[in-house]
Design a protein around this ligand. Structure first.
Ligand code: MN
Ligand code: MN
Length: 310
């Protein structure tokens, strides 16, 4: 089962400008072949389908617990996409009616890379890649063979790292929102690649972690990774559960240390989930009918219901 907490896995700085094409680039990290939908889909179905769970507990728990983190990554990228599509909040902008719609208020949306992100989704995110192609089941590998599935997951995390680095390179220097998404996910993806490498090493003796980092650029070269390295995020794996999945410490244990090139120290398992940060309150745009053209009545109803619930 899953439990839901109304927090974002890390807090995102608000966007300085509306930038739908940057949002389109970020979509590759959501619905691309190596995006968060793919890591989520792979680990989720592998964990459901896992054979001999009791006998292979540390390996099952690794895939099962990382599944939950990937869902939080899907949420993080989706928030980043929507924030960039929306741009900075306009004070009171969601409190007045939508105004005169005959003056082409969204003419500029004809020229954005993913016009459907506005036309269909009102600036929200969906599981498509940077070209708008749908994420699909062909990106899920769940063979039931433990080594093959773990090897696939290692490949997937290295691929995800490559794609994050390239997306990062496309984002302008003042795109704090998009760059924070990439910086955070580069650190966490490196943890996942490392953990799958250690799992394969425990099973086969092959020191596959010596291939890391792939691509061969240290996290310290990316300024947005720095604060996560300083707090030791690159050495931390979460159980994402109050009581379960603690067996991952058999793989991600104190005998193992951070990768050479990253700040040194022992690997640590943390029970539960990260504290996370607050979710950016995405402002409504009445002229785009989000949450509606004239939303005052909704706000009033919701406010009464909220008071009644307290
Ligand atoms: Mn991820
Ligand atoms: Mn991952």
């Amino acid at each position: 089962m899953f439990m839901r907490v109304d927090r974002l896995i890390t807090e995102l700085p608000p966007p300085k400008k509306q930038d739908p094409n940057a949002a389109a680039a970020l979509q590759e990290l959501l619905g691309g072949k190596y995006g968060e939908m793919s890591t989520l889909g792979n680990y989720m179905f592998q964990s459901f389908n896992f054979r001999s769970k009791d006998k292979l507990r540390p390996f099952y728990s690794l895939v099962a617990s990382i599944t939950a983190e990937e869902l939080a990554h899907v949420e993080l990228v989706s928030n980043g996409v929507a924030m960039l599509n929306n741009g900075p909040d306009k004070p009171g902008g969601d409190e007045m009616a939508g105004g005169d719609i005959t003056k082409s208020p969204f003419e500029a949306m004809q020229d954005i890379r993913l016009a459907s992100a506005f036309l269909s989704n009102g600036g929200g995110a969906t599981p498509v890649n940077a070209n708008g192609a749908s994420w699909n089941n062909d990106f899920v590998t769940t063979t039931g063979n433990v080594i093959f599935d773990l090897l696939h997951n290692f490949h997937l995390e290295c691929g995800a790292r490559l794609h994050k680095l390239r997306v990062y390179e496309t984002l302008s220097a003042d795109d704090a929102t998009g760059r924070e998404v990439c910086g955070y996910l580069l650190v966490r993806g490196s943890v996942h690649a490392h953990s799958y490498a250690l799992a394969i090493k425990k099973l086969t003796g092959v020191e596959i972690e010596k291939m890391l980092p792939t691509p061969n650029i240290p996290l310290a070269n990316i300024p947005e990774c720095q604060k996560y390295l300083n707090e030791g995020s690159h050495r931390r794996l979460y159980t994402w559960s109050p009581n379960d999945y603690q067996e991952i410490s058999g793989i991600w244990s104190n005998d193992e240390v951070a990768l050479p090139g990253d700040p040194p120290g022992p690997l640590e398992v943390v029970e539960g989930m990260p504290d996370g940060g607050k979710i950016h309150q995405l402002q409504g745009v009445p002229s785009a009918f989000t949450p509606d053209y004239a939303p005052e009545e909704f706000y009033e109803i919701a406010s009464k219901l909220y008071k009644a619930s307290r």
